[in-house]
Design a protein around this ligand. Structure first.
Ligand SMILES: [Zn+2]
Ligand SMILES: [Zn+2]
Ligand SMILES: [Zn+2]
Length: 158
């Protein structure tokens, strides 16, 4: 190889129509639950889905406006908080970034495999969530959110 390992994990630009459909699906699903996706929530979700990889909050703020105008930071943070609460997005603390959920929303423990070389992340169903839930129960805790983060190298970077 010889070359420094700096490939990008992406398989090309995202399919904008697929992103629009996904956002519309979420909108309809939440409406059925009596929740409302505000324009800001829809926009932040759209930005996360379009990115297809973890995005820093300040990048979301910068990309927010269709006209290139940045958002007011609280608008974006509040939208992120909502999306996180609904299991539609996750915050990956170790890289201070947000990513759209790829496991179908709803409340769930998320586990991420994070490549420290190319930055690719993959959400996998968390194999330890059950044990953690039982441990929390024993300790009298009510878990609100679980995110497990594992760092290493993706298949392409090994
Ligand atoms: Zn998820
Ligand atoms: Zn990688
Ligand atoms: Zn790499």
């Amino acid at each position: 190889m010889g070359d420094a390992c700096h490939h990008h994990p992406h398989d090309g630009p995202p399919d904008i129509d697929a992103v629009r459909r996904a956002v519309a699906d979420v909108d309809a699903r939440l409406a059925a639950d009596g929740e409302r996706m505000t324009p800001a929530r829809l926009r932040v979700l759209e930005l996360l889905l379009t990115a297809g990889e973890p995005v820093k909050a300040y990048d979301l703020i910068a990309r927010f406006g269709d006209d290139g105008q940045p958002a007011k930071p609280p608008t974006v943070y509040r939208a992120l908080e909502f999306l996180e609460r609904k299991g539609l997005a996750h915050r990956i603390a170790s890289i201070s970034a947000y990513v759209a959920c790829t496991s179908g929303g709803r409340d769930h423990a998320a586990a991420f495999l994070i490549c420290d070389c190319c930055g690719a992340t993959e959400e996998v169903s968390s194999p330890v969530a059950g044990d953690l839930g039982r441990a929390a129960e024993t300790a009298g805790y009510a878990i609100e959110r679980t995110t497990i983060e594992a760092h290493g190298r993706c298949p392409a970077c090994q």
